[in-house]
Design a protein around this ligand. Structure first.
Ligand code: UFG
Length: 337
C-alpha cells in the first residue's frame, strides 16, 4: 500500500515525502519537474535513507497516470501538483485552470476508476477571500477570490464537496495553508523559485545572498498592524508537512468524511519582524526600503488553528527564528555564490 504524491518533488511535496518516509510509509512520487528539479528526489533519499518509486509525468496525462495505479497499490493521494504563483495566474488563467482544476479532475477520476477514495488537497487561506475578520475559522464561508490561482483552490474545494455528496465512501482532507516558509533542517531541500520571487521569504533570501540588492517592504502605514507593515501567519514547512501526516491519520481513523483544517500557527508576524529576525539570527544584512502597498494585499490575517489542534493533535512547534535560520541554511548549502 502506498501514498501517491503528484508534485512530490516540489517545495511542500518534498518535505511531506520526507515525513511520510520517516513514518515508515511507502510513497510513489509523480512529477513533471515543471517547477522542481530531479535532484530533489536524491535529496529526499539522502535525508531519509529510504527509497521510493518515481514516475516522470504530467498528471493531466491520464493514460500514464492510470499506469501508476495499475502498477502500485495506491491507498491515498496527497496532491501537490498545483501551480501556485498568484501574479502569474492573473497573466495565465487558462494554464492555471487547466493544470490545477483539470489536473485535479483527471486525478480524482483516475482514483475513482481504481477504487481509491482517500484524498488530501492543498488548499489555501486565500479561499476566505477579502473580509473584515482577521482571524479565519473553518466555519466561515468561502469568500470572493481575487485571482485565478485562488479561484482554482475554491473551485476544487467545491468539487471535493460534490464528490463526497455523491459518494460518502470518500475520505477527503482539505488543508488550508497560511504562509509556509523555511526549509528542512538538513539544508538539502527547500524553496527555490525561478527568477525574481514574489513571496516575501524567497525575496529576503535572495537579498541576503546579494542576488538582489534590496527588499521593497510593501506599505508601512497599515493601521491594523503593530508596526504598520503587513502581517501574515508564517509557518515552518516541516510543521506544515507534519500536518499532512496528521490529516492522513485522521482520514484513516474516520474511514470516511470530508474534513477542512487551517494549517497556520495562529500567530501573525509582520513583514518588519520577519526582516529583523532574519538579519539577527543569521548575522546578515538585508537592505530594505518602504514602498507603496501592493495592490490586492490585505493588512493582516491569520489562522484560528484550534480545530487542527483539537481534531488532529497538530500544532506548529517551530519558531520564527527556526524559519529564518533554516531558510538561510538552505541558501548557503545550495548557492553557487
Ligand atoms: N511583501 C513585501 N515585499 C515583498 C514581498 C512581500 O513587503 O517583496 C509582503 C506582502 O506585502 C505581504 C507579506 O509580505 O504583506 C507576505 O506576502 P507574500 O507574497 O509572501 O504572501 P501573501 O500573503 O501575499 O500570499 C500567500 C501565498 C499565496 C496565498 C496567500 C493566501 O503566496 O499563495 O498567501 O493566504 F494565496
Amino acid at each position: 500500500m502506498a501514498i501517491l504524491l503528484p508534485g512530490g518533488a516540489g517545495y511542500i511535496g518534498s518535505h511531506t515525502a520526507v515525513e511520510l518516509l520517516n513514518q515508515g510509509k511507502e510513497i510513489v512520487i509523480v512529477d513533471d519537474f515543471s517547477n522542481s528539479k530531479s535532484e530533489v528526489l536524491d535529496k529526499i533519499k539522502q535525508i531519509t535513507g529510504k527509497d521510493f518509486k518515481f514516475y516522470e509525468l504530467n498528471y493531466l496525462d491520464k493514460e500514464s497516470l492510470e499506469k501508476v495505479f495499475e502498477e502500485n497499490d495506491i491507498e491515498a493521494v496527497i496532491n501537490f501538483a498545483g501551480y501556485k504563483a498568484v501574479g502569474e495566474s492573473v497573466k495565465k488563467p487558462i494554464e492555471y485552470y487547466i493544470n490545477n482544476v483539470s489536473g485535479a479532475l483527471v486525478l480524482l477520476d483516475t482514483m475513482k476508476k481504481y477504487g481509491c477514495k482517500r484524498f488530501i488537497f492543498s488548499s489555501s487561506a486565500t479561499v476566505y477571500g477579502e473580509r473584515k475578520e482577521v482571524e479565519y475559522t473553518e466555519e466561515m464561508k468561502r469568500g470572493e477570490t481575487t485571482n485565478p490561482y485562488g479561484t482554482t483552490k475554491a473551485m476544487i474545494e467545491k468539487i471535493l464537496e460534490d464528490i463526497y455528496t455523491s459518494d460518502p465512501e470518500w475520505s477527503i482532507g482539505i488543508l488550508r495553508y497560511f504562509n509556509p516558509v523555511g526549509a528542512h533542517e538538513s539544508g538539502l531541500i527547500g524553496e527555490n523559485p525561478q527568477g525574481i520571487p514574489n513571496n516575501l521569504m524567497p525575496f529576503i533570501m535572495k537579498v541576503a545572498n546579494k542576488e538582489l540588492d534590496h527588499l521593497n517592504i510593501f506599505g508601512n502605514d497599515y493601521q491594523e498592524t503593530k508596526d504598520g507593515t503587513g502581517a501574515r501567519d508564517f509557518l515552518h514547512v516541516v510543521d506544515l508537512a507534519i500536518g499532512h501526516i496528521k490529516a492522513l491519520e485522521k482520514l484513516e481513523q474516520e474511514k470516511t468524511g470530508i474534513y477542512v483544517y487551517n494549517l497556520g500557527t495562529g500567530n501573525p508576524y509582520t513583514v518588519q519582524e520577519m526582516v529583523d529576525t532574519f538579519q539577527k539570527v543569521n548575522h546578515v544584512v538585508v537592505p530594505y526600503q518602504y514602498t507603496a502597498r501592493r495592490a490586492g494585499d490585505l493588512p493582516i490575517y491569520y489562522a484560528n488553528s484550534e480545530k487542527a489542534k483539537k481534531e488532529l493533535n497538530w500544532v506548529a512547534t517551530k519558531t520564527l527564528e527556526d524559519m529564518c535560520k533554516d531558510s538561510w541554511n538552505y541558501v548557503q548549502k545550495n548557492s553557487n555564490k
